[in-house]
Design a protein around this ligand. Sequence first.
Ligand code: FES
Length: 162
Amino acid sequence: MTTCAPEKTTQDREGDVAAPKILVFSCRWCSGIGADDAGRQRLPMPPGFRCVSMECAAGINPDIVLKAFSAGAEGVAVLGCHQDGCRYNQANHGTAKRMEMLATLLETVGIGADRLLTSFGTAHEGHQFAELMRRFSQKIAAMPSLTRRKSADAAGGCADDD
Ligand code: FES
């Protein structure tokens, strides 16, 4: 498992404060290539995400997604190959089902299903990956912060959703 992070541009640095922390689990055969390509082309991307490259999306289970949220991620993306393009005997089909169930759980516990992005076959090129990250980051940034909400809950007060 390797990690990558977008190189910050001057434009990105200005937005650092508001950039939500997003953890991206990406299959190295599709979105991992897209992430590398986006980085090589220096496409503008939000500065708050980090990638964890996986051999296959099948290696991503609900536990690690929940751990990411509990460690402070505001959003988690699970990116894999096309459903019929998985190199491991369509192992990503199970991942799609597990992430669907996890989304329901996230909604039930108040984290919100929208904080989990599951996508297959949509980010294998640099421009696709960059666009997906920009849109997801904007969506997460528009939501109340989970970290601030946790702090408010711990203090027994109300969350400040500004
Ligand atoms: Fe990419 Fe399985 S090899 S999702």
